[in-house]
Design a protein around this ligand. Sequence first.
Ligand code: GDP
Ligand code: MN
Length: 397
Amino acid sequence: MKLHEHQAKDILSHYHVPIPRGEVARDSREVYAIAQKFGKPVAIKAQVLVGGRGKAGGVKLADNPDHAESRAREILGMDIKGLMVRKVLVEEALSIAQEFYMGITNDRTARRSVMMLSAMGGMDIEEVAHSTPEKIAKLHLDPNRPLADFQIRSLIYGANVPPRNWRDFVAIARSLHIIFTALDASLVEINPLVITGEGSVIAGDAKIVVDDNALYRQSGVSGFQEKADEDPLEQRAREKGLHYVRLSGNIGIIGNGAGLVMTTLDQVSQEGGAPANFLDVGGGAKSDVVKAALEIVSSDPHVEGIFVNIFGGITRCDDVANGIIQALSHLKLECPLVFRLSGTNEAEGKKILGEANLIPAASMQEGARRIVDLVKERTEPESIAAAPAYDVPAELY
Ligand code: GDP
Ligand code: MN
C-alpha cells in the first residue's frame, strides 16, 4: 500500500525527521488561506500515488496567496498518469542548496534490505541507478543486528555529504531504518533530502510503501487507504475478483495462472513489446470472468493490441472463447486481438474465436511475436513502417 506524501511526512515527523511546515487542501480557496497564514512563498504539490509529479507539472511554487490560488486551480483536477488530483499539499517553500536521495528498500538479489544514499537527489533514482550506479552508496542491512553508527557514517562518507551535515544525516538514516522496520515497509524514501541555504537538512518529499501482507498488523496506516487513490482499472478488476496490475506499455495481456501470465509478459518483452498490464483470470475461469477481463483490458486507452494466452486445464478453452465473444457483443474492439488456446476443449474454443475474426497463434512465442508486430504496424510512424525492407545476408548475423 502506497502512502501519500503528506501521510509519509507525518510519519517521518513523528520519528523526528524534519519536514517543511505544510497543510493539505482540497480546493483553491483553502490553498489561498494556507498561503496567507504561512505568509511566505509556498510549494503546492499534487497528492497522487505516483512518482514524477514534478515533471508532470504537479509541483509548483507560488510567491503569494493569489498566485498560490491560481497555481492550485491548475493542479487540482489535473490528470497525472491516469490519476486525478483531488488534494494538494501546501508547504513553505524551501531554499534548496543541495538535493540528496536517501531510501531503504529490499534488494532481492542480496536477500537483504538496503539503504541507499546519493548526492544525485531530486531526480529519477532509477535513472541514476541505471546510468551512473557508482553515484549511489549502498549499505545492506542485517536483520539480526542493530544498525551501528559507523555503518551509517561510511555510507554518508561514500555519498560525499558535507561534514557539517553528517550529524543530521546519521539521525535521519536511523529514523528511516526504524520506520522501515516498524511499518513493515517495502520502501521508505526521501527524494529530495534537502540541504537548505541555511545549512539545515529537511525532507523535501517522502514516499512510503507498506507491504500489503502486513496491513493486518499495521492498523495505523491501513486507515489511510482511500478508494479514490486506487487506479480505477485496478479497482474495477478487484471488484470483479481479477488479479490485475497496470503496467506502462501498450499490449494488453490476459492469461490464466500467475506463472503463465508472468511468462507471457516476459515473452512479449523479449519480442520487443511492452505489456500494458498483468491480468490473471485465475484457474477454472468461466465465461463471465473472461468477459470482465476483456472489458477491463480493452477500456485502457493505452492498449493498442491484446494477447489472450490460455492453457486449458480446469479452465476450458470454450468457456474462455465464449467469454471473449460475450464481451465483443457489446464492445467495439478497436485493436487487434491475438489468442493462443491450448488444452481442454481447445478445438471448440478455437472454432468459436476463429468465426469472430480474431487472430489465432499456435504457441505463446508465436502469439507474442504476432501481437508485437501488429502493434508496431499500428503505432510506428508511416515513414518508418514504409521504409523498404532489406535482405540482410545471413552471414552478417
Ligand atoms: P516528485 O517529482 O513526485 O518526486 O515530487 P518532489 O516533491 O520530489 O518535487 C520535485 C522537485 O521539485 C524536487 O526535486 C525539487 O527540486 C522541487 N521542489 C519540491 N518542493 C520544493 C520546494 O519547496 N521548494 C523548491 N525550491 N523546490 C521544490
Ligand atoms: Mn521526489
